[in-house]
Ligand binder design. Structure first.
Ligand SMILES: *Cc1c(COP(=O)(O)O)cnc(C)c1O
Length: 224
């Protein structure tokens, strides 16, 4: 291992204000990188491919809280539901229903976040502001008792313009407030604002983030 995971992890943690949690994004990195972070006390890890995650979850310590942070296909849900801690990027009611169905089979309640699409890039998944509000206003999710919607997640545009990035985080924070007020006012579990990655988590924590997802900044560049 030619990277000092422990040092980088502690640097990231030191930069997070009280109350902001870290998902260490370990996708494409081997088990020894995860073990190095685990040895420093990190327990929350993020992965974005079902097979890679299932392999890692089978061999690595059982008290790791795995987050599925990528785009999840409905046919993959059943594989991760028995052990997943949180599904961070639910981008359709269909996916939410499938998670609920599979979670019921395992007798679990799965914590999820709804993914917003605010960035300018066309390729990213997620609900637009209006689609998010329409889906929640539709109310079908209220019948899904094996999923718990815990907040909103988004990725800002992949640009250098910090003002642009900050503006997108603020938009997400505004929508969070609206959604909280209209649909989750009495639900303390709905509290997460998951934004910020290696290049923009320092901005994100100044704009309402409660949960950052940092990969490269801890484990170095990914080898695909
Ligand atoms: C890969 C990934 C990250 C981590 O990205 P880094 O730039 O390596 O910090 C965060 N969030 C999501 C959704 C990702 O897919």
């Amino acid at each position: 291992m030619d990277i000092d995971v422990a040092k980088l992890l502690h640097e990231v943690l030191a930069g997070l204000p009280e109350g902001v949690r870290l998902v260490a994004v370990s996708k494409f990195h081997p088990d020894e990188y995860i073990e190095a972070a685990y040895a420093e006390g990190q327990r929350v890890f993020g992965e974005s491919h079902e097979q890679e995650l299932s392999k890692k979850a089978a061999t690595l310590p059982k008290d790791i809280e795995w987050h599925f942070i990528g785009h999840l296909q409905t046919n993959k849900v059943k594989h991760i539901v028995p052990y997943i801690s949180m599904i961070d990027a639910v981008d359709s009611l269909k996916l939410l229903r499938e998670i609920d169905k599979q979670a019921a089979r395992c007798g679990r309640v799965i914590r999820v976040m709804l993914e917003l699409h605010i960035a300018e890039e066309e390729t990213k998944y997620g609900f637009s502001r209006q689609d998010c509000l329409d889906m929640l206003a539709g109310g079908a999710w209220r019948e899904l008792h094996n999923v718990q919607i815990c907040g909103l997640m988004m990725m800002a545009s992949n640009v250098d313009d910090e003002a642009q990035i900050a503006k997108e985080f603020d938009e997400a924070a505004d929508l969070f407030r609206e959604v909280k007020q209209r649909f989750f006012a009495d639900d303390d579990a709905f509290c997460e604002r998951s934004w910020g990655m290696s290049h923009d988590y320092r901005i994100a924590v100044k704009h309402g983030s409660t949960m950052v997802r940092v990969g490269t900044g801890i484990f170095g560049p990914r080898v695909y």
